[in-house]
Design a protein around this ligand. Sequence first.
Ligand code: ARG
Length: 395
Amino acid sequence: MKVVLAYSGGLDTTVSIALLKEKFNAEVITFTADVGQKDDFVEIENKAYKAGATKHVFMDLKQEFADNYIKPCIKMNCLYEDKYPLGTALARPLIAKYAVLVAKKEGADAIAHGSTSKGNDQVRFDLTIMAEAPDKEILTPVRKFKLTREWEIKYALEKGLPVSIEHKKYSIDDNLWSRSIEGGPLDDESNFPEEDAFEWTVSPEKAPDSPEIHKISFKNGEPVALDDEKMNLVDLVKMLNVIGGRNGFGRIDMIESRVVGIKSREVYEAPAALILIESHKDLERMVLTPKEYRFKRLMDNEWSDLVYSGLWYEPLRSELQALGEELNKYVEGDVWVKLYKGSLMIIGRKSRYSLYRKDIADYNKGWYPTEDEARGFIKLWGNHSINAKLIREKF
Ligand code: ARG
């Protein structure tokens, strides 16, 4: 049988190449996607062949990642449990979709991945493969044989597989949108993260003593320019990761509810994601009606939950997104952000769709309701509540 393995070059997937050959008698084609992770893709290809792959396929998917995954994420203010901007969760369905395409092209019978049975990633990979290629088998050696790191290292040494056996303090997964850091000392939920966990952000104490101010411009809810310079989303995200990171902004530390019934301690770096989502939400506050704004918050939450849980193919995900597109038609304008020693402040905004009217809001002049209008409004507005309070007090 022929199998396409989603290959990262790490220990799990390198051991998987050998196990797929040994236990499943498979011919292994490895597939690696560039979604903006800081990896050496030539080295990964060499590793794949050394571990026994018969063919390696590499694809640069950064632009598609930005256009079809990160962009909707910004429009839906994607923060899982109010904090995590979903980097890993967004990249998995994209990687799996292309692994399926490669499998179809190569005439493979199965698709394999290196996820364990404890995480969210298996859900995202499996469900994408099931949606894109219901007839193909899913092979998961690490999950099937419940492999531990120690076993994998021993096996790799025995078989002469190209793995680095140096003890890795953390388990890292990074892409354009966020860097996930798990494991090691972080598994103790009260341990403060050590500086060596971070790569994209300096510690706020070491950030420059003067603030940095930038202008981000949006159209249809999409960030299109930085400081008046039109930019492609891939470059814009990269740039904001650098800008936020050098100011010590973008660190997240949280206890997170996985889909598989486990709470986990997660640390992330995501400067661009947090800057863009906060700025986008700020514009929404100004251009949407209160009804729209409040309803959009519910939609955003539901959308983020679906994506986190691996349900990218759930119809409600795209339906919510379609209504989100509609509401984003008015999310146009500029937002000014100030970054300073680990903090982000939104310090100004401007939009032609703004519902804010200085002439009306001004306490000193302009339109004033009359005393009677105000009293009449308040009386009817609060009537249900006051009535209920007074009646219930009686007994
Ligand atoms: N908890 C995050 C998520 O589920 C990050 C997972 C990181 N994955 C990994 N293989 N290290 O999206």
